[in-house]
Design a binder for this molecule. Structure first.
Ligand code: URA
Length: 237
């Protein structure tokens, strides 16, 4: 048995304090009956609704942010024995990556066993922003900037670039580091974007996902998301 406000907060619906306000103000029902006392305890079988919406109870969801190294696949297992993102996380729970990064792409990936949140993050209508830093074999010119500002046709669909910035240029090596923010989840989309401008992506890393950044995580390191970070992600839905 757990306190109602705790179960609501753990579900990712809102904070513990807001859950308490909702309870006191008669927004919460347990098994169809309004409950407005804070000490009320519920069990796994109780159905909790807030303003008529049933919350998904969760006492054991897990959320991780991994800095994925190169040569790792975004999968839970691999037939040919390559390293998988889940191999980095010390848990007995069956978690999986939210979306994909290519085998050679590094950077920020979320892993969880929370299917509701994974669906929210992957649904195109929710426009989850992702920032990538690409090292390309060349230096962007005015014509490229125009294309990036206008959007680029890829596989018969326009890709809108929400933000881009040239971070640095190495004239000697003829390479650049370009930061792009997009809200699409199509496979290999950043590589295709630069290919369509006739550049190869030599290195690619995802530095930001929604409001989450890699901070000081080294390649292969991970951390758990805090409940307020999970709540913020839920708000994207
Ligand atoms: N776009 C790509 O091309 N590759 C990734 O891994 C992610 C986005």
């Amino acid at each position: 048995m757990e306190r109602l406000q705790k179960v609501i907060a753990n579900s990712g619906y809102t904070s513990r304090r807001k859950a308490e306000e909702l309870i006191i103000n008669n927004h919460v029902c347990v098994n169809g009956e309004v409950v407005n006392t804070l000490g009320y305890k519920v069990n796994d079988n109780d159905i909790i609704t807030i303003d008529g919406i049933t919350i998904t109870k969760n006492t054991n969801y897990e959320y991780y942010l991994l800095n994925k190294p190169r040569e790792v696949i975004c999968s839970v297992s691999d037939e040919v024995g390559r390293k998988c993102v889940v191999d980095f996380i010390k848990t007995k729970t069956r978690i999986y990556p939210v979306g994909r990064l290519d085998y050679d792409t590094t950077g920020l990936i979320i892993l969880t066993n929370d299917g509701n949140l994974a669906n929210i993050l992957m649904h195109p209508k929710n426009k989850v922003y992702k920032t990538y830093i690409a090292k390309i074999n060349g230096i962007l010119n005015e014509e490229d900037f125009k294309c990036l500002r206008k959007g680029i046709m890829i596989d018969k669909r326009i890709l809108k670039i929400d933000h881009f910035k040239v971070k640095s240029i190495d004239k000697e090596k003829n390479t650049s580091l370009v930061e792009v923010t997009i809200h699409e989840g199509r496979n290999h989309i950043v590589r295709k974007l630069f290919e369509s401008l006739h550049y190869d992506v030599l290195k690619l890393t995802r530095s930001k996902y929604a409001n989450l950044t890699l901070d000081n995580l080294k390649s292969g390191e991970y951390r758990e998301l805090s409940s307020s970070e999970v709540r913020e992600l839920y708000k994207l839905g």
